[in-house]
Design a protein around this ligand. Structure first.
Ligand code: UDP
Length: 328
C-alpha cells in the first residue's frame, strides 16, 4: 500500500483529500495544527485502520517515521479574513512549511504536490488566466501575505525539482466550494448561505460586478488526484471556468435558499480581484480532466450541508482565538 501525507488534513480541501485517498486504498497520514482546521471534518476517519493523525505545525521541523510515497501540502489559511487575522502564520506555512515538506520529500524519496492558487495571478490583467500569465500582485497589500507566500512556494518547489531532481507537482487552485467550508471564514459562499439561514441580508461587496468561477469540491479533488499521478511538474490550473458576477451569484443564492432577505452593498475590500476565470486547457490535455458538477447541483449539496448545522453553530461567531498564533 502507498502511504500519503496530507497537511491541512482537518481543513476543507485537506479533509476531502483524506477521504479520496482512503477510498482509493492508500494509507493516509493527516497533519494539521488546527488553527483554521477542525477535527470534526475528519472525525469519521479515526476509526479507520489505515488513517493516522499528527497534531503538528509544519512550520516547525516535520518528522514522519516510516515510508512516505506522496505528500500533499494543503496547510494554509485560505480566506481574505484569515490573512488579516493571521498574516504571519499565513506567510510561514507557505514558505517555511513548504521548505520543511520539500526536505521531508527529499529524505523519503516521495513525490510532493503543493497547493498553489489563482491568487498568484493577483488582480489579473489577462482574462481568462492561463498558466503562462505571470500575475499582477500587490506585495504589500492585505492579500500579499498569502499571494507572495504561494508564489515563493512555487519558486522553491521548482528549485527542489531542478536542483535536487525531486518529483514535484503544482496545482493552481481556483475558488472551490462544498461541504465543510468554515461557516465564518468570510468567504462568499458560506457568508451568503449563513446569512440566508440566519435571516440576514446578503452582503455584496462593491457593486457586485466582480466575477468568480466556482468549482465543486469533488471535481477539484479528482483533478488534484490526477495531477499527483501525472508526470507533469509545471503549474496546472484546477478550477471550473463557469464564471459569474457576485451580484448574480447572490441572486442565485436567494432563489436556492428561498430567503425573504435582500442584497445590501458593502465596501469592496482592498485588492479584491475584479475578475477571475481559469483557462483549463492544460488540465484537459495533460490530465484528461474537466469539472463535471454544475453550480446548481454543487450549490444544492452545499446548502444541504449548511442546513444540517445546529442553531448554535449557525449563530456562533468565529470561536477561534487566532491572536496567539501570530508570535514569530
Ligand atoms: N464577497 C461578497 N460578500 C461577502 C464575502 C465576499 O461580496 O460577504 C465577494 C468578495 O469581495 C469577492 C468574492 O465575493 O469579490 C469572493 O470572495 P471570497 O472571499 O470567497 O474569495 P476570493 O476573493 O479569494 O476569491
Amino acid at each position: 500500500m502507498k502511504r500519503v501525507l496530507i497537511t491541512g488534513a482537518a481543513g476543507f480541501l485537506g479533509s476531502h483529500l483524506c477521504d479520496k485517498f482512503m477510498a482509493e486504498g492508500y494509507r493516509v497520514v493527516g497533519m494539521d495544527n488546527l488553527i483554521t482546521g477542525d477535527l470534526k471534518n475528519i472525525e469519521h476517519l479515526f476509526e479507520e485502520e489505515h488513517f493516522e493523525f499528527y497534531h503538528h505545525d509544519v512550520t516547525k521541523f516535520v518528522h514522519v517515521p516510516g515510508q512516505v510515497d506522496y505528500i500533499l501540502h494543503f496547510a494554509s489559511p485560505a480566506s481574505p479574513i484569515d490573512y488579516l487575522k493571521i498574516p504571519i502564520q499565513t506567510l510561514k506555512v507557505g514558505s517555511l512549511g513548504t521548505h520543511n515538506l520539500l526536505g521531508l520529500a527529499k529524505e523519503k524519496g516521495a513525490r510532493i504536490l503543493i497547493a498553489s492558487t489563482s491568487e498568484v495571478y493577483g488582480d489579473p490583467l489577462v482574462h481568462p488566466q492561463s498558466e503562462e500569465y505571470y500575475g499582477n500582485v500587490n506585495t504589500i497589500g492585505p492579500r500579499g501575505v498569502y499571494d507572495e507566500a504561494k508564489r515563493f512556494q512555487e519558486s522553491i518547489t521548482m528549485a527542489y525539482h531542478r536542483f535536487h531532481g525531486l518529483e514535484t507537482r503544482i496545482a493552481r487552485i481556483f475558488n472551490t466550494y462544498g461541504p465543510r467550508m468554515r461557516l465564518n471564514d468570510g468567504r462568499v459562499i458560506p457568508a451568503f448561505i449563513g446569512q440566508a439561514l440566519r435571516g440576514e441580508d446578503l452582503t455584496v461587496f462593491g457593486d457586485g460586478q466582480q466575477t468568480r468561477s466556482f468549482c465543486y469540491v469533488d471535481d477539484q479533488v479528482n483533478g488534484l488526484y490526477k495531477l499527483l499521478l501525472s508526470d507533469y511538474a509545471y503549474p496546472v490550473n484546477i478550477g471550473n471556468p463557469d464564471e459569474i458576477t457576485i451580484l448574480d451569484f447572490a441572486e442565485e443564492i436567494i432563489k436556492l435558499t428561498g430567503t425573504q432577505q435582500k442584497v445590501i452593498f458593502k465596501e469592496l475590500p482592498k485588492d479584491d480581484p475584479l475578475q477571475r476565470q481559469p483557462n483549463i486547457d492544460k488540465a484537459r490535455e495533460i490530465l484528461g480532466w474537466e469539472p463535471k458538477v454544475s453550480r446548481s447541483e454543487g450549490m444544492r449539496k452545499t446548502f444541504e450541508y449548511f442546513k444540517g448545522l445546529s442553531k448554535e453553530e449557525l449563530f456562533k461567531s468565529e470561536h477561534k482565538d487566532f491572536t496567539k498564533h501570530n508570535r514569530v
